[in-house]
Design a protein around this ligand. Structure first.
Ligand code: SF4
Length: 144
C-alpha cells in the first residue's frame, strides 16, 4: 500500500527514552471514511477498530488504549494513521472553536506557529467533513 501523503505535525514522541503514547490513551479520535478505508486496506476489520459514538466513528480503545497502540507505546499503523493523529498535538478547543496545542502533550512547545496555522486549517476541514457525513453514517452503533 502507498504511504499517505498528507501534512503532519512532527514532534519527537520519545520522552525520557521511551515512546510517550499519552495521546493514544482513552482516545476519542474521530475517523473519516478515508481513514477507515486506508486502515481496512491494511487488513484490519472495521468492527475491530471503529466505535461509533453519537453518530461519529472514532478509534476504539481496548483497556483504555487505542486499538493500534502496542505494548511499547508505538502506533502499529504509524505510516497510515488517521488524519487527526497526524496533526496531533494540534486539537480543536471546543469552547472557542480555535486550533490549539493540546497541553497534555509533553512536546507541545515544539509545535511552531506555522505548523499550528497549517494544522488548524486541516483540522477545520476535517471537522466539517466528519460532521457533514454524520446523518449518513453507515455504521451500526456499538459500545466503546
Ligand atoms: S492510530 Fe496510532 S497515533 Fe492514532 S491514537 Fe491510535 S496508536 Fe495513537
Amino acid at each position: 500500500m502507498k504511504k499517505r501523503r498528507s501534512f503532519g505535525v512532527r514532534v519527537d514522541c520519545v520522552v525520557n527514552g521511551r515512546f510517550c503514547g499519552r495521546c493514544c490513551h482513552q482516545t476519542e479520535m474521530p475517523l473519516t471514511e478515508e481513514d477507515i478505508a486506508t486502515i481496512e486496506g491494511l487488513g484490519f476489520k472495521r468492527e475491530d477498530f471503529v466505535v461509533v459514538i453519537d453518530g461519529i466513528p472514532r478509534l476504539r480503545n481496548v483497556n483504555g488504549r487505542c486499538y493500534f497502540l502496542d505494548e511499547s507505546n508505538r502506533c502499529r499503523i504509524y505510516e497510515h494513521r488517521p488524519v487527526g493523529c497526524r496533526i496531533y498535538p494540534v486539537v480543536l478547543d471546543v469552547e472557542t472553536g480555535k486550533a490549539v496545542v493540546d497541553d497534555i502533550c509533553p512536546r507541545r512547545d515544539s509545535v511552531s506557529s506555522r505548523d499550528l496555522r497549517r494544522a488548524g486549517t486541516i483540522l477545520r476541514k476535517l471537522v466539517r467533513k466528519i460532521y457533514s457525513r454524520r446523518p449518513q453514517q453507515r455504521f451500526s452503533p456499538s459500545s466503546p
